[in-house]
Design a protein around this ligand. Structure first.
Ligand code: NAD
Length: 473
């Protein structure tokens, strides 16, 4: 079994205590991971604090060049990182529609190189006989990054690279379910960065809470559940930490009667089942017009019955649900839906173990008040609801505390865009869903989060504005 160590101030650091990381396909221990103490956290924060003045003083282009080197290092270790991701997260290497572990590592490369090339130029808002007024963007200091288990490395890159590019130093805590790929990544790139600029500590939510309470961390960037996001916001008040919170979603899609069902069903299916449904902005509530309801259900069932779910190391379409608690949640939500009278068109029962395997499941004729519709299942199960009036569909889509993404599907993109703009969410898609890219801002409205990631807008979240007023009189 490989040894995994934390990275603090450029050094590999073990801990007296460890915790097991479970392979979700076998339920066997994949590796032991160091459990950080509060002293480890203090050391990491102190190292990041000490590294900040020199790192932030470097020209931005130099930091960008190092981030490009990090991207190249990931590329050189791509195959190893893909296998490690499958081992701890469960996702297959290639997977359905090529959206497995290799897709995630490919995404880390794309976002790394894009972050490297971002700039925050000084803006001159006045330059006349009276004064010159400039707006500068200054790094915040030490950024604490807390990541989830669904896309462990890609989300780490989303947090860390803009933080570094804008001149901050970082302490990262990966999910206790999936720390291995992040630890190996930190080891691979350790020589490329000055000691203390990027530190990784490992542990559970208690360590995360200690980060959010830490007086010497200036910002928390967090991706995970809304419940944890609320706790982080409370703790962050200790020193008015800046926050970017990317929280849960329960995205609705509205399918109008003028679509070509055969053409869109594979796209709807792929965006609902992306990463086995364990994606914050996956399509999670499907509202279909009554004229095409049965045809859409039949098309989705045919797709569901054509895919394989198995140990990710054998490269099926889908792997297991990532952890036992999430698996239990998916099973319970399905059971409650069945008990409420919903019609299960395919799937609906856990597969024989070992491993947290649940088949792709399509549920029809389900009431909007069922937990499977009201809460995100974060698993391979899609509720399909019927509507007759589009205004009613819009009202039901918006009747949610979540507001991450949403979509409208139609043969008339202009009509669909007008309707999509009335969805209460951070990203409104037309004839697609869950499409993100490094230069388009991404974030949630309502309880799906605060702030955005990606591109210039995302980079600005790692800075404070300093207005420089030069009097000429
Ligand atoms: P979580 O919010 O419990 O954990 C995410 C991260 O936060 C982990 O690193 C965890 O250790 C840390 N954490 C836990 N408690 C903390 C605290 N009090 N303070 C600071 N950090 C803390 O989420 P989870 O257990 O990984 O998943 C639970 C639910 O979250 C899922 O059912 C799903 O709905 C949602 N989820 C959303 C996303 C997303 O991308 N939006 C990703 C993963 C999970």
């Amino acid at each position: 079994m490989s040894e995994y160590q934390m990275i603090i101030n450029g050094q590999k650091v073990a801990s007296d205590a460890t915790f097991p990381v479970i392979n979700p396909a076998t339920e066997e221990v994949a590796a032991q991971c160091p459990k950080a103490t509060e002293a480890h956290l203090d050391q990491a924060v102190a190292a990041a604090r000490a590294a900040f003045p020199a790192w932030s003083a470097r020209p931005g282009a130099e930091r960008g060049a190092i981030i490009h080197e990090i991207g190249k290092a990931i590329e050189e270790h791509q195959a190893e990182l893909v296998s490690l991701l499958t081992l701890e997260q469960g996702k297959p290497g290639t997977g359905f529609a090529g959206m497995g572990a290799a897709f995630e590592i490919g995404g880390t490369l794309a976002w790394c190189h894009a972050a490297a090339d971002l700039e925050l130029p000084v803006e001159v808002i006045q330059d006349n006989d009276e004064a010159r007024i400039e707006v500068h963007r200054k790094p915040l200091g030490v950024v604490g990054s807390i990541t989830p288990w669904n896309f462990p490395l890609m989300i780490a890159i989303w947090h860390v690279m803009p933080a570094l590019r804008s001149g901050n130093t970082v302490v990262l805590k990966p999910s206790e379910y999936t720390p291995l790929t992040t630890l190996r990544f930190a080891e691979i790139i350790n020589d490329l960065l000055p000691p203390g600029v990027f530190n990784v500590v490992t542990g559970d939510g208690g360590l995360g809470a200690a980060m959010t309470n830490h007086p010497d961390i200036n910002k928390i960037v967090f991706t995970g559940s809304t419940a944890t996001g609320k706790k982080i916001m409370q703790n962050a008040s200790v020193n008015l930490k800046r926050l970017t919170l990317e929280l849960g979603g329960n995205d609705a899609a509205i399918v109008l009667p003028d679509v070509d069902v055969a053409a869109i069903a594979p796209k709807v299916f792929a965006t609902a089942m992306f990463n086995n449904g364990q994606t914050c902005a996956a399509l999670k509530r499907l509202y279909v017009h009554e004229d095409i309801y049965e045809e859409m259900c039949d098309a989705l069932v045919a797709l569901a019955n054509s895919v394989t779910t198995a140990d990710g190391s054998t490269d099926p379409d889908f792997g297991p649900v990532q952890n036992k608690a999430q698996f239990a949640k998916v099973c319970a939500m399905a059971d409650e839906a069945r008990a409420s009278g919903a019609r299960f068109l395919t799937g609906g029962e856990p597969m024989p173990g070992p491993g947290y395997f649940y088949p792709v499941t399509i549920v029809a004729d389900i009431d909007d008040d069922t937990r499977l519709v009201r809460e995100e299942p974060f698993g391979p199960i899609l509720p399909v609801m019927k509507f007759s009036d589009v205004e009613d569909a819009l009202r039901r889509a918006n009747d949610s505390p979540s507001g991450l993404g949403g979509s409208v599907w139609s043969g008339d993109p202009q009509k669909a865009a007008a309707l999509a703009s009335r969805l209460e969410c951070g990203t409104a898609w037309v004839n697609t869903h869950a499409m993100i890219q490094p230069d388009a801002p991404f974030g949630g409205s309502k309880e799906s989060g605060i702030g955005v990631e990606f591109g210039r807008y995302g980079l600005e979240e790692y800075t404070n504005i300093q207005t420089v007023y030069i009097s000429k009189t």
